[in-house]
Every structure is written in C-alpha cells, then in structure tokens.
Design a binder for this molecule. Structure first.
Ligand code: FEO
Ligand code: CA
Ligand code: CA
Ligand code: CA
Length: 600
C-alpha cells in the first residue's frame, strides 16, 4: 500500500466548481493560484499613450496607442538571456464592443436600409482592432511589468499597411481602386487565434472578415463564389459595423466607373495568415496567400524530424473544414533567415474524416480532381481565393465549427476543438466525427498522422470527448436532458470548447466560448479554463471567468510557471468587478503562490 507512482500525475490541483450565478463578475482559480488583471483594453502600449479613462471618451488617436479590444490568441516570445523573466507579449484584438464609445455604438438609419456611422467612431473601432506587441519584464520583486521606453511596443490595427506575398501578390483579383498594384492592404481584421513559427514570428489569423463587407448587388454577389461562399454581406449594409458608410473600401459592390470596379476585390484581401516579426518593430506584416483564404481561426505548426512541417488551421463556420498547409521547403534551425519566406509556397490540404477512423488530406491543386476551369477554377489563385469551394468539390468533411488546434509536444498527436453546430443533422448530415444532432456543446477530436510525420497525407482519428452534461443530468426544472446535451466528459463538465493548447508537460488546456444565457448552459455556467490528461481523459476545471466573457488566448513563460489567458468581452464590470465600471477585455496573469508549474 502507498506505493508511489513512477511518474507524478499530470494534474496536481483541486478543481473548482462551475459558476452559474447571473452576477458572477470575477475570476475563480484553483487553490494556491493567483489570477491578476495584467493588460486591459485601453492600457498603454506605446509610451505616449494617455491614461485610459473609464468614460470611454478618448479618441481614435489615443486608441491607436493603447491596447485594443477583445483580446484573443496571444504568445509570449522570450528573450534568450532571461527567458522566464523577459519577453514580448503579442496579443490579438479580435473585434470591438459598443463599450468602446462613451455613447455606445451610434448610427443613423437611412431610408434605403443603410446605416450612416460617425467617422470618429469608425476610426476608433478600426484602431481597436489588430495586434498589440508589448515588452514585459519581471522585476526584482517578481512582479511582471510593461517595460517603459521599449523600442518593441507596437500597435497594429485595421489601418496598418501590410504587404501581400505568395501566389496572389499583384494578382488582378487583389487589385482595387485604392491599390491598383494588388500588393498592399490596409490592416488586418477579426484576428482570432494564431500560431508561432520556429523562426520567431507570430502568425495572426483573419477569422470572420466577411462581416465587415457588403456587396449590395445581389446578382453580382450570387455570381461571385469568393463573396457568396464566404458570406460577404448582401443587402444594404455589412453585418457588423457599417464601416462602408465612411470608408469606401468596405463597400464591395462593383463600380464599373472606377478602376478595378472599385472595391469589389477588397474582401479577397482578408481571410489570410498574417506573419509578423515582433522583434522588428519596423517590419511590415505579410499576408501569406499560399496558405489559402478561410474564415481562419488559427495556424498551428507541427515540426517533423527532417525540418518539414505542417501548419494546421480551423475554419470556424458551421459545416466548414479542417486544414493543413505543408510548405515546400524545410526549416533549418541553423539558418533562421532562410525560413523567412517558407510560407510562400507549398500545398494546402483539407481533411476528410472517414467513418472507419481513418482520414485523408485532400490536396488543393489546380487542374486535379475537378479543380478545373469547368468548375470555376481558372488557375491556382482561384483555388486559393475560394479554398472552401475547392474543398467542397474534393469531398472534405464538413465539421462542427473547427476552432483551435493543438499538437502534443512529444507524440505530435493533433487535437482540434469543434465548438458547436446547431445545424448538424439538419443542414449537415451526421457522421462519425460530428455525431450529435443540434450539437450545442461541441467536441474535441484528435488524430495521429501516419508515421507521426506532419507531412503525411493520411491519419487515424478518434473523438477525445463530447462536451456537455453527465448522463442523468437535469435542466433548471429538474427534467431529464435530451440525448444531444449529454457528453462523454470524464470529470468536470463544460460547453463549447474553443481555445486549446498543450503545455510542455503534455497537459491539454481547454478554454470555452459558450453562451451562458442559453438553456443548454444551465449546468456548465460561466466560461472556463480546464485541464485534461490526454491519456486518462480526465478533465478538471482550473478557472472560471466572469459572466459574459469568453476565456481564450493562452501562453506561458518557457518554464510554465507564469500563465497568461484572456478574458474576452466580460459582461458586467470586470476587471474592476465593482458592479458599475465599464467592462474591459483583459489579459490575466496566473502564478502559483509557491511558484509551481501551472497545473502540476
Ligand atoms: Fe473568433 Fe472562432 O472564434
Ligand atoms: Ca475562437
Ligand atoms: Ca468561439
Ligand atoms: Ca470571441
């Protein structure tokens, strides 16, 4: 009796309870841990930033110097001389909330169904999008601080000039009235998750870009798969913010009177992976078009023994696909500069998950397997611009909203979150990988590439878990839940997995983005950070966030003793948590009182 296990269990913390109260407005974290607000919307990025004001009266010029809104994917890039105490924190700002403006989100309804927005509000919204780069350091008291006077601090926004590289650079389908060369785009939009490269760059991903555009010509919209298949707005205004009322490039209605038909091609210039070198504050971000145009959630790299690699992506919309991109070249750790443009050539693949647990990567190569002019693909550029349509023809498997991907640090087993899909069993048929009708809670699926080779074209897959309630659970009235709300989680329940990452010890960290107002979240409550053991499949709840917020974004110091996560769009008054202050998206820092590895 009492024999010691040979290996310490992966998880050494006591799980916390789900929080279902309507007024839960703080962070609950496992015993022995401390969670502190570290970097909120409006905090200084550039040294010249004015202090944030709770009345949100600051203008767009101030916003351009401060943290953007809706913090999402992020990464800590350590400096070599003190990797656990000094580095660059790079953070996506996905979109904006009306709390950005003192008078909310204002507009005038016009008679034809359009909305007229105030220019100063739109500029502030554009300034609150993009990416922050922040130099941070742990001081002699052990406190992490933003370094003042740093040359690395940088704000990238929806207005920052970026270059187009790869097959679509200069292509006629990338040219607009504002950029007749088709080589320079202003800004990046809806930067959700991300990836990092072994050559030290950050890959920010453009997710729901379609909601920023409108093509008011219904017939033209229907005839253009790069608009229609991607959900570019149709009608009189764009779905989100009606920026088109003051910034013409968001009006993608063809205009025969203008060069390149005005801005009809502007939506082609989003949906890409954008590579940023955080260590060079003067570098121009690069849109890598060889990787294809998706509603791209993430781009997560898996490195093979021979320097060949895969970059995995989810395309987060109902019934969209799981992707990987295999660069033609190899990474040579001894020659970082040679990897600079590795993402400019390679093959894009979409995944097919077969019923027998095997899977295949289907290559998007022009002229092959029906990707021909007869099917609307004039060349490889057309395939990349309408990668979704190409994958339809190849027979890829429509998934329940693929979000983040995580690769196990040793086995290279790959995990993906499929967050939910209420249209499953209706618009998409049930299948082994997406087995629940009206899928409210989502699932986590995993696969092993043949030979553990990231460049393999076939794999074996299985479902790691179905999220949702335990068997026998009841609803708010004590009635038994229907089968589609019952999951297979061993341990603490959750709904709608989204963020996903492995730490160096092989713990799988799961973050959730569920709607706490919905009937199906009556038992799972506020969004969470959980930890899972990939072998035993046990899931344990590590942290619960404030009501209204999604928990997303995850990164550590290399010793895994400091963890950062993001609280996105908190609903009440977090981080002040006083019941009345303006809520602010916030990066939260988590440490253990005895300095333990997080979760151990
Ligand atoms: Fe921005 Fe798919 O989450
Ligand atoms: Ca997400
Ligand atoms: Ca989500
Ligand atoms: Ca979100």
């Amino acid at each position: 009796p009492g024999a010691q296990p040979l290996v310490a269990p992966l998880m050494g913390f006591t799980g916390v309870a789900a929080q279902t109260g309507a007024d839960f407005d703080r962070i609950l974290v496992a015993d022995g841990y401390r969670a502190e607000a570290f970097f909120s919307w409006g905090d200084a990025v550039l040294d010249s930033a004015p202090p944030w004001r709770d009345d949100a009266s600051q203008d767009w010029q101030a916003q351009l110097l401060q943290a953007g809104d809706n913090h999402d994917g992020m990464h800590f890039f350590p400096f070599e001389e003190a990797p656990n105490a000094h580095g660059l924190l790079v953070i996506n700002h996905e979109y904006i909330n009306p709390t950005l403006h003192s008078d909310g989100f204002s507009y005038t309804e016009l008679q034809d169904g359009r909305r007229q927005r105030p220019l100063d509000q739109v500029r502030k919204e554009q300034a609150a999008h993009g990416v922050s780069v922040l130099e941070i350091r742990r001081d002699t008291e052990g406190q992490w601080q933003r370094v003042s006077g740093s040359r690395y601090h940088r704000r990238i926004s929806a207005m920052t000039p970026m270059v187009v590289s790869g097959p679509l650079r200069g292509d006629r389908r990338m040219r607009t009235a504002s950029d007749p060369s088709g080589t320079e785009v202003l800004g990046t939009l809806n930067n959700c998750s991300m990836g990092v490269t072994p050559w030290g760059t950050y890959l920010t991903c453009e997710e729901n870009f379609h909601n920023y555009f409108v093509n008011r010509d219904a017939a033209d919209h229907a005839s253009r798969p790069t608009h229609q298949r991607y959900g570019i707005g149709q009608g009189q205004r764009s779905a989100y913010y009606a920026w088109e009322s003051v910034d013409a490039r968001f009006d993608a209605t063809p205009d025969e009177q203008q060069p390149h038909q005005g801005h009809v091609n502007e939506p082609h210039r989003f949906g890409w992976v954008v590579e940023i070198d955080p260590f060079d504050p003067y570098s121009t971000p690069i849109k890598r078009t060889a990787m294809g145009r998706l509603g791209r959630e993430c781009s997560v790299l898996s490195m093979g023994d021979d320097g060949r690699m895969a970059v995995y992506s989810g395309d987060d919309a109902r019934g969209e696909y799981v992707w990987k991109f295999i660069p033609d070249g190899r990474h040579d750790p001894a020659n970082r500069a040679a990897s600079r443009d590795l993402l400019d050539s390679g093959i894009l693949y979409a995944a097919r998950f077969d019923e027998d647990g095997r899977g295949h990567w289907l290559p998007l190569i022009w002229g092959v397997q029906g990707l021909t002019a007869a099917n609307g693909f004039a060349d490889q550029q057309a395939v990349l611009l309408n990668a979704r349509g190409a994958a339809d023809i190849l027979g890829a498997t429509p998934m329940d909203r693929p979000e983040w991907v995580a690769v196990h640090p040793e086995s290279r087993e790959v995990y993906v979150t499929l967050t939910n899909n209420h249209e499953r069993g209706d618009r998409s048929p049930l299948d082994a990988a997406n087995p629940r009708p009206n899928n409210q809670h989502g699932q986590i699926l995993r696969w092993r590439e043949d030979g553990a080779d990231p460049a393999a074209t076939a794999f074996k897959w299985d479902l790691f878990l179905l999220a949702g309630d335990q068997p026998g659970a009841t609803d708010a009235e004590g009635q038994p839940l229907p089968d589609n709300l019952i999951g297979t989680i061993q341990g603490d329940i959750f709904s709608s997995p989204d963020g996903l990452a492995f730490d160096g010890g092989g713990r799988l960290w799961i973050q959730t983005d569920s709607d706490e107002e919905a009937a199906h979240t009556v038992n799972t409550g506020c969004n969470q950070l959980l930890c899972a053991d990939p072998q035993t499949r046990e899931v344990r709840r590590f942290l619960v966030g404030p009501r209204g917020a999604e928990i997303t974004g995850i990164t550590w110091t290399p010793d895994y003793r400091t963890l950062w996560i993001n609280v996105q769009h908190p609903g009440i008054s977090y981080p002040a948590s006083d019941g009345h202050s303006r809520p602010r998206s916030t990066t939260v820092m988590i440490t253990h009182e005895d300095g333990r590895v997080i979760g151990s």
